[in-house]
Write a protein that binds this ligand. Structure first.
Ligand code: NCC
Length: 276
């Protein structure tokens, strides 16, 4: 595969990855039942125009980073799955504008998801690994995790909190670009929540800082900053093509290698600021 220049790659991401949330007008969600559950406003309308944004990976290398203040200085902060802020403010900050969760968490960890206060802050977005380039109807009949009932339950108990379902087309549009720019065949599984969150923020913000997706000098086999559990696959990937995601993000980084080494920090332009 021919490696594109960083500028061309940014253009490909901007033009080929269509970041949208499921709306009540999208079949098969165009029923009166679904109208009660899906948010009326678009994600864009809900967040408004965002300037500087931070994406905080859940990596163990955030531990003892003291990045909290820097992270909170952003206009908006995106976090993943069950990553907590309480007790970890000094390293990861306390602001949560958007939380991107996978459908496994919403389904399998349903009890915690419905109960834990951690999920009640900010805007929620759930995504599900859909079959490769499946039509929405096909995916709806056979989602990877059947999270729809838990979604409805959560919406009924927290009707004021915006909660979106990511249009599953996006993950494979992104995967295609990852594959085209990788020297070998990559696993046919969707990108990680981390990579999806980075691209979501690039559509909403003028500038995006990503923390500890590319590991700093604090790199560790500890999976998450909030747990004691060790697993190299968390950083390198197993199911998700994480290594290829990281190579791509490294390629389009506009910050310095020093920033990566000391802060695990990558700087990316928002798509509004990408001129093709
Ligand atoms: O671990 P997870 O990811 O929630 O992490 C969120 C994102 O942070 C980046 N990350 C994480 C750890 C690490 N050492 N390095 C990293 O770069 C990755 O980009 C990751 O996507 C997921 O992507 O949704 C994932 O979710 C977990 C798990 O389902 C949730 O935490 C909910 O409990 C998956 N783990 C398992 O299924 C056991 C993980 O594979 C992917």
């Amino acid at each position: 595969a021919a490696k594109l220049s960083p500028e061309k790659l940014l253009c490909q991401l901007r033009d080929r990855v269509n970041v949208t949330m499921i709306r009540g007008s999208d079949g098969p969600f165009d029923t009166s039942e679904w109208q009660q559950y899906l948010p009326g406003k678009s994600l864009n309308e809900t967040v408004g125009r965002l300037g500087r944004c931070a994406v905080v990976s859940s990596a163990g290398s955030l531990k003892s980073s003291h990045l909290g203040q820097e992270i909170d200085s952003h206009d908006a902060v995106l976090r993943f799955n069950g990553a907590p802020v309480k007790g970890f403010q000094d390293d990861v900050g306390q602001k949560t504008t958007i939380r991107l969760v996978n459908s496994q968490l919403v389904t399998v960890e349903e009890r915690q998801f419905l109960r834990e206060a951690l999920y009640n802050t900010g805007i929620l977005i759930v995504w599900d690994p859909a079959p490769y380039h499946a039509e929405i109807h096909e995916w709806y009949r056979k989602p990877d995790y059947n999270f729809f009932e838990s979604y409805k339950l959560y919406r009924s108990t927290h009707p004021e909190q915006p909660f979106y379902i990511l249009n599953p087309k996006m993950q494979w549009q992104l995967w295609d670009i990852l594959q085209e720019n990788s020297p070998e065949h990559i696993q046919p599984n969707p990108p990680s929540s981390g990579m999806l969150g980075i691209v979501i923020m690039m559509t909403l913000c003028d500038e995006v800082h990503v923390y500890e997706f590319l590991p700093s000098k604090r790199q560790t086999d500890i999976c998450h900053y909030y747990q004691k559990f060790h697993d190299r696959a968390c950083t390198m990937g197993a199911y998700h093509p994480l290594l290829f995601e990281k190579n791509l993000v490294k390629h389009i980084n506009q910050g310095t290698d020093e920033d990566i080494y000391t802060h695990g920090k990558v700087t990316l332009p928002g798509f509004r600021n990408v001129h093709c």
